[in-house]
Write a protein that binds this ligand. Structure first.
Ligand code: HH2
Length: 297
């Protein structure tokens, strides 16, 4: 598809860069205003996630972390039972279900929408039935049955780009033009979701930082993030604690909070409406400063 024929924008960029819009993200029983950037707090229910693996594997620990993230200002939560860090091994449906559903069941009445990070259509259906408000799919509903699992419901979906699979994706990622190819991919997935009956107000897109991308690819994507923001649906950026920030700063994963904040600010300045982060309190303060400056403009 040619990039010179974009979808009509629902987002309007004023000369100051402030996004003037009355757009909402519809996710299940929730309607989230996109007039300010939203914070998606991450909780990995895994033993092996790159940044918080093993910390929230028990249900009570996960619930306590969810409550802490909400108190710190998370607008929505993203829970996942399968690590997708480079080199991670896939988990079975039974194991992913065992990790996710008991936590989800206790979180559905927590007051904020809960997103489930999964590629498995069966778990998507079960999570939606249990009250999940959003599906976060790093495979962009590309698994057979995934698009149907979401289409017949009212939940939101995050369509993420990746090249390859977590086991091998960082071996040798290649693109002719990473920005154009990722934009084209996401435009095609928005169209596929639309054909299946998923309204644009339920769709979020994400270029997938670190998913089959070199350091240079990630920087190119971040530089060009405004092109994704013009695709007409809400844009999410997941840069929190990622290895590109480690390479820039020379810091270990647990020491990347300042770099993560800088990356999140660049992303929202370029039009991201949702930032997926581990460090909610710090992100909330930084976004408050950003919003105050923008609203004064
Ligand atoms: N990143 C990770 C997992 N899921 N989903 C979206 N939409 N965007 C992302 O950038 C993204 C994602 C990887 O981070 P994390 O969940 O912290 O680690 P792990 O995959 O090791 O559990």
């Amino acid at each position: 598809m040619r990039e010179c024929a974009p979808a009509p924008p629902r987002f309007i960029l004023s000369p100051s860069g402030f996004i003037l819009m009355d757009a909402y993200l519809h996710c299940g029983k929730f309607r989230l205003s996109l007039a300010r950037p939203l914070i998606m707090g991450v909780i990995n229910l895994t033993p092996d996630s790159f940044s918080d693996g093993g910390r929230f594997a028990a249900v009570d620990q996960a619930i306590a972390q969810a409550q802490a993230l909400i108190a710190q200002g998370a607008d929505l939560l993203d829970i996942g039972g399968e690590s997708t860090r480079p080199g991670a091994s896939p988990v079975t449906l039974a194991e992913e279900r065992r990790r996710v559903l008991p936590v989800l069941e206790r979180l559905v009445s927590c007051g904020v929408p809960v997103s489930v990070d999964t590629q498995k259509p069966e778990l998507m259906c079960e999570a939606i039935a249990a009250g999940a408000a959003m599906v976060n799919d790093i495979n962009a509903l590309g698994t057979p049955g995934a698009i149907e699992a979401v289409a017949a419901t009212s939940v939101a979906v995050c369509l993420m780009h990746k090249q390859g699979n977590p086991q091998t994706m960082q071996a040798e990622p290649r693109y002719d033009d990473v920005v154009r190819q990722v934009v084209d991919f996401l435009r095609e997935r928005i169209a596929a979701a639309g054909r299946a009956g998923i309204a644009e107000s339920r769709i979020v897109i994400d270029p997938g930082f670190g998913f089959g991308k070199t350091y240079e690819h990630n920087l190119e994507l971040l530089r060009a993030l405004d092109r994704f923001a013009k695709l007409g649906v809400a844009l999410l950026a997941g840069l929190s604690r990622k290895s590109m920030l480690g390479r820039i700063t020379g810091r270990e994963v647990g020491e990347r909070v300042f770099a993560s904040i800088a990356a999140a600010m660049i992303a929202v300045e370029k039009g991201a409406r949702i930032v997926r982060v581990h460090d909610v309190a710090a992100t909330r303060d930084a976004l408050a400063v950003w919003s105050a400056v923008k609203s004064a403009g």
